[in-house]
Design a protein around this ligand. Sequence first.
Ligand SMILES: Nc1ncnc2c1ncn2[C@@H]1O[C@H](COP(=O)(O)OP(=O)(O)OP(=O)(O)O)[C@@H](O)[C@H]1O
Ligand SMILES: [Mg+2]
Length: 142
Amino acid sequence: MRLEFLSLPENVSLARTCAAAVVAQMDCTLEELEEVKLVISEAVSNCIIHGYGNQPDGKIILEISLYDNGTVEMLVADYGRGIEDVARALQPAYSSEAGRMGMGFTFMKSFSDHMKVDSTPGQGTAVTLIKNLGCQGKQALA
Ligand SMILES: Nc1ncnc2c1ncn2[C@@H]1O[C@H](COP(=O)(O)OP(=O)(O)OP(=O)(O)O)[C@@H](O)[C@H]1O
Ligand SMILES: [Mg+2]
């Protein structure tokens, strides 16, 4: 699934719902679906707030790939301002904006099995999240 949408706040819920609808085709738990919704919300919110500084005319890409072994690969990308220091951005409780918790990346990391952040200042940011669905994995083993 590939979706392209504008950096409007209401599109956080669009992205979250579309991601859950795609992943629900797999044999997964409601808890896993909630985790997918959470990580997509965090990633898309970051594109809007940080990537585009809340400007509504930025382009955001969401891609979801499903694999037979129960692996879900999610990509969220923007063409915004990018991240100067990715290692610092990934630290729990770091935020470049006063008043934010700085926990988005920490949640994305803990509710997925693998997270990769590629970012170039002035060009944009791509976050790849891999999640292995437990039920499907067990079925594959059986
Ligand atoms: N798409 C992005 N474009 C540019 N900078 C980003 C992007 N995503 C994250 N960042 C940078 O990484 C920092 C950490 O992101 P993270 O989601 O962990 O925390 P936050 O968004 O600041 O706070 P919270 O998610 O708790 O509201 C951000 O403060 C921002 O500086
Ligand atoms: Mg965030």
